[in-house]
Design a protein around this ligand. Structure first.
Ligand code: CS2
Ligand code: MG
Length: 405
């Protein structure tokens, strides 16, 4: 089998997605997601100008060698743009391998470890009451795990909830430059315990609760938060602090038993090596798209398993349905799967373009049994929604200091 063409398609059905289509002389093709939020065109150019020309004519079945060629072979290894380009290509190659074998991807990985993939949904609102109203609806819809986020009194906008009450997921293409949000640790600590106290009171003890701090706290503040929330029994506390200095998580760990999750911005196994090896975290949240595809995620999952760390792949709306499908296969297989973030099936336009057939029932996803990833992409429909430049927000402290978003 030979690769005859690699197409890179950037479309914006409500938000931007970079899709790779690898076409072969056998009639089989594979699909991959290479979306890097706010830097989409950098990956598209990398793929078109630097990666695709080296792969045309190669055997798409040699996934491992192609992965090494694009990783070791480039000299400038790692980095978000390179690893997202590799992630998209790798996914498409596994899609082809599955189609050639007539098997869904999870079978190629080793088969099922579970009947379905447990999902967590998002509840956000302008105050505790509104957030818990949203959470209740999700519980009624069958979800067993909910991420709880609320606006902070006195701050115009914060992660997940902004001033005009549209969340940042909907801002793509609507603002010419990055919007700015404000952060105050003092004000956050003034509301966060009440949010979880009320959540337990209204939702009961069975539902799993999660929370994303989006890197806003220092390690000692995270330690304090973890301790404060221990009695509300969180499934995990996500991105409490930035961990460029992986050792800094020791500070959090030595103070609290609240389980910790991190990794959505990580690109290689090296980014989480110390965190995993020293058991400083409980869930690793890397995504197939940003961490080098199925080939890399399989290694990360096995590595994490040795240290009792579970995988909980990133599932934000900026990962396309192709990545969602890849994660469902990985999660169906991985013995150390924890939970999958899930934000719905995307806009109507999105569902017109990406045709997937996994099923969701009682807060669980059931992977497609079709060969490969089990997803299709309508190129003609995608043409209707061209790329729109857009940015994620930035965050500042009340005195104007630029802070982590
Ligand atoms: C978030 C993301 O889903 C999450 O956990 O942290 O929404 C994140 O902000 C975006 O994916 C950024 O691209
Ligand atoms: Mg997050």
């Amino acid at each position: 089998m030979k690769i005859t063409q690699i197409k890179v398609i950037v479309c914006c059905p409500g938000r931007n997605f970079v899709t790779i289509k690898i076409i072969t002389d056998s009639g089989l093709f594979g699909l991959g997601d290479a979306t890097l939020n706010g830097r989409e065109m950098a990956v598209a150019a990398y793929l078109e100008e630097h990666a695709a020309p080296c792969l045309v004519g190669r055997d798409p079945q040699e996934i491992e060698d192609i992965w090494q060629y694009l990783y070791r072979g480039v000299y400038w290894r790692t980095g978000a743009v390179t690893m997202t380009a590799i992630g998209g290509i790798d996914m498409a190659l596994w899609d082809i391998k599955g189609k050639a074998a007539g098997m869904p991807l999870y079978q190629l990985l080793g088969g099922r470890s579970r009947t379905g993939v447990t999902l967590y949904a998002h509840a956000s609102g302008k105050n505790t009451e509104e957030t818990l109203g949203e959470a209740k609806k999700l519980v009624e819809a069958g979800f067993k795990a909910i991420r709880i986020q609320s606006a902070i009194p006195g701050l115009e906008a914060t992660y997940g909830v902004i001033g005009d009450m549209k969340d940042y997921y909907e801002m793509q293409g609507n603002r010419p430059l990055p919007p700015e949000e404000e952060w105050s640790t003092q004000k956050y600590f003034g509301m966060v315990e009440e949010l979880f106290r009320e959540a337990r009171h209204h939702l009961g003890s069975d539902v799993h609760l999660l929370h994303d701090v989006h890197n806003r706290l220092t390690p000692i503040e995270s330690a304090r938060l973890g301790k404060l929330l221990e009695k509300y029994n969180l499934l995990f506390l996500e991105d409490a602090s930035i961990a460029e200095n992986q050792e800094s998580y020791k500070v959090i760990r030595q103070h609290t038993t609240t389980p910790l999750a991190i990794g959505e911005t990580y690109n290689t196994i090296w980014d989480c090596k110390e965190l995993v090896q020293n058991q400083l975290i409980d869930y690793i949240r890397m995504a197939a798209t940003h961490a080098g595809g199925i080939t890399a995620m399989r290694r990360i999952a096995d590595f994490a398993g040795i240290y009792s760390v579970k995988i909980a792949p990133h599932g934000a709306p900026d990962l396309s349905p192709i990545c969602v499908a890849a994660h469902l296969h990985l999660n169906t297989w991985a013995p150390n799967f924890g939970i999958q973030e899930f934000v719905g099936l995307g806009s109507e336009q999105c569902r017109q373009i990406f045709k997937q057939d996994f099923q969701i029932k009682n807060g669980m996803a059931h992977v497609s049994e079709a060969p490969g990833l089990g997803i299709d992409f309508d190129e003609e429909a995608a043409k209707e929604y061209p790329y729109k430049r857009s940015y994620l927000p930035v965050s500042r402290l009340e005195d104007g200091t630029l802070w982590h978003w």
